[in-house]
Design a protein around this ligand. Structure first.
Ligand code: SF4
Length: 148
């Protein structure tokens, strides 16, 4: 990803292909070091106010009840532009798409507790191998024997 910066503000984001199509006659790709790789010359891009963005991994993949949202890239002290992320709690609507209601979970617990396919020690379903405390909370969770 690349960003075009004017007055310290990002005015446009580009992929390398978009730069290619927007500046087809520019020298960006004619630098010998870059011609073969078909990668724009970052030094020449600076003349156009365009900077490569260093991609970073989304930070929230192991956290519960929050999701990561990609934000505007930011320039760090080293002068380079980095992809940035913001953590945001799921909204009620988003939660409802992922997690079943308390009533549904309660009904599922009741059914699983009476089922002979439940491993009582581990609280795991012997049919699907799932850990029941998580499986029953998910909207998309379902019993392989169609008991719920
Ligand atoms: S998920 Fe279905 S099969 Fe597994 S323990 Fe619960 S009721 Fe039984």
């Amino acid at each position: 990803m690349y960003v075009k910066v004017e007055n310290n503000k990002i005015v446009k984001r580009y992929t390398a292909n978009e730069i290619d199509s927007q500046y087809p006659n520019h020298l960006l790709y004619k630098h010998p070091a870059y011609a073969q790789a078909k990668k724009p010359n970052d030094d020449l891009l600076k003349n156009l106010g365009i900077f490569p963005v260093i991609s970073t991994d989304a930070p929230g993949q192991n956290l519960k009840y929050v999701h990561d949202i990609e934000c505007e890239p930011k320039q760090r002290n080293d002068g380079k532009w980095y992809q940035t992320w913001r953590m945001q709690p799921f909204s009620k609507q988003e939660m409802a798409k992922i997690f079943a209601s308390k009533k549904v979970v309660k009904d599922r617990v009741t059914i699983c507790m009476q089922c002979d396919k439940r491993n009582k020690l581990l609280n795991v379903c012997k049919v699907c191998g799932c850990w029941l405390p998580l499986k029953r909370k998910l909207v998309n969770g379902h019993c392989e024997l169609n008991k719920w």
